[in-house]
Design a protein around this ligand. Structure first.
Ligand code: GLU
Length: 271
């Protein structure tokens, strides 16, 4: 009888123990896990030329963000480590991080105060600013010319929020990703496309007949985002970014991706 009475107690103990080890993926220490597995799974863009674009020939994402992720992984985990990549969009990146599908985001993501409430940001690793892309024969020169016009943007981007403040009289049409936004601009569904200057220059390179105008009307410091509570990871990422800047590898990457972009003053980005 006595033994039988112990069974519920034992069961409770077991349940408690199980509870301890079944921390959700997003709650576990990303730094500890990545050190053990020698891998970091990064969320990167696949629709954004110059930062993260899927190369149809080998199916791999390529761009400045992707190269930064590879360098940061090596600095954080050593030579034999591996950077893995999962495609994210402006809209899906935070949910994928929160679910534990990715360890960190490095995807043209501005460190905004609103986002900082739900994710942990590293120091900035790239200085962007919001601008406009228009057809070469457009009369739009800046955000002042947008009243009554339709501006295209992407769901989940900071740009669609900023443009409402910068041009309150413009109509904003939100597409799913940057490839779709560019197609919409080409087919005349909007008068201008708005996002960060670097992204727009990437589009202008691929699509003759379009130009970047209006300078930059916001500051968009790109940062790596990890989940809340992962300050160990972001601390190490910050160290890695500093090392990459000091060694000259950073400027090499800037030159590699932005050196041949017509009209883009890439030297301004040097650190
Ligand atoms: N940097 C802006 C943002 O974080 C626009 C680029 C993007 O959509 O990723 O929202």
């Amino acid at each position: 009888m006595k033994k039988l009475r112990l069974i519920p107690l034992l069961l409770m103990l077991l349940m408690l123990l199980a509870g301890c080890s079944s921390k959700s993926l997003a709650e576990q220490s990303v730094l500890k896990n990545s050190r053990e597995t020698k891998t970091i799974t990064w969320g990167v863009k696949a629709d954004t030329k110059l930062f993260g674009l899927e190369d149809v020939r080998d199916g791999k994402q390529k761009g400045f963000d992707v190269d930064m992720a590879k360098l940061i992984t090596k600095k954080m985990l050593g030579k034999n480590s591996e950077a893995k990549f999962v495609t994210v969009t402006s809209q899906s990146r935070i949910p994928l991080l929160k679910n534990g599908n990715i360890d960190a985001i490095i995807a043209t993501m501005s460190a905004t105060p609103e986002r900082a409430k739900i994710v942990e940001f590293s120091n900035s690793y790239f200085d962007a600013g919001q601008s406009l892309l228009v057809p070469n024969d457009s009369t739009i020169n800046s955000t002042d010319d947008l009243a009554g016009k339709t501006v295209l943007g992407v769901v989940g981007s900071n740009s669609v929020i900023n443009i409402k403040k910068a041009a309150p009289k413009a109509k904003v049409l939100q597409l799913q990703d940057y490839a779709q936004a560019m197609t919409a601009l080409k087919s005349g569904q909007g008068d201008a496309l708005t996002t960060d200057n670097g992204i727009l220059y990437g589009m202008a390179v691929e699509n003759p007949g379009f130009k970047v105008v209006g300078g930059t009307f916001t500051k968009e410091p790109y940062s790596i985002a990890a989940n809340k509570g992962q300050s160990g990871f972001t601390k190490e990422a910050n160290k890695a970014i500093k090392e990459i800047e000091k060694s000259g590898e950073y400027n090499k990457l800037i030159k590699k991706w932005f050196g041949d972009v017509p009209g883009f003053n890439y030297k301004e980005l040097y650190r």
